[in-house]
Design a protein around this ligand. Structure first.
Ligand SMILES: [Zn+2]
Ligand SMILES: [Zn+2]
Length: 178
């Protein structure tokens, strides 16, 4: 997801707003890792590009929508997120100290005429991903015995067995006695 910077590069103090809505697949091949399929279109970028001596400073917010399953009942949940970003994209031609390693994805590209925002957007979104979501705090989850959604229906297997559904298959194994 490249943005041309020819109008502001090498003019410290120059600034330009970037406000765009971009399809989720514009951020490279297989951009979202484990969140692939959860990230919805579009991703909203509301940024300011500031020209500085070393390159371009990108600041602002990213807005995106995820659809993820509840950790207990698997019901899809729509989650709106907004994350703040502030990243310096360096001009590789201006790196005086050769030991200073450029961070891949955060440098000016195409002879310092553009920046590619893919790495920044991916990093910001993936770090912000919720580890575990629930449709509501007291979600009853799926019955470990029959798989019924216990929020909708009482299947009669008892709500307090407390067996994690992931272990239910183990409980059914007929292991030989010692
Ligand atoms: Zn749930
Ligand atoms: Zn049941």
């Amino acid at each position: 997801m490249r943005i041309t910077i020819t109008d502001i590069v090498d003019q410290p103090g120059a600034t330009r707003p970037v406000s765009v809505a971009v399809p989720a697949d514009e951020f490279g091949d297989d951009p979202w890792g484990t969140a692939e399929g959860a990230v919805q279109d579009p991703i909203e970028l509301d940024l300011h590009l500031d020209s500085v001596v070393d390159g371009i400073l990108v600041r602002g917010s990213l807005g995106f929508t995820l659809i993820l399953g509840c950790a207990r009942c698997l019901e899809p949940q729509t989650i709106e997120r907004e994350v703040q970003v502030a990243e310096l994209f360096l001009d590789p031609a201006k790196q005086v100290d050769e030991d200073d390693e450029l961070e891949p994805g955060y440098e000016l590209v195409d002879d310092a005429t553009a920046i590619d925002l893919s790495t920044m957007v991916r990093d910001a979104l993936i770090i912000d991903l919720p580890v575990r979501i629930l449709c509501r705090d007291d979600c009853q989850g799926l019955c470990p015995t029959c798989g019924t959604d216990r929020n909708r229906e009482d299947c009669g297997h008892g709500a307090d067995e407390g067996i994690d559904p992931r272990w239910a298959a183990l409980a059914e194994l007929d292991l030989p006695a010692e």
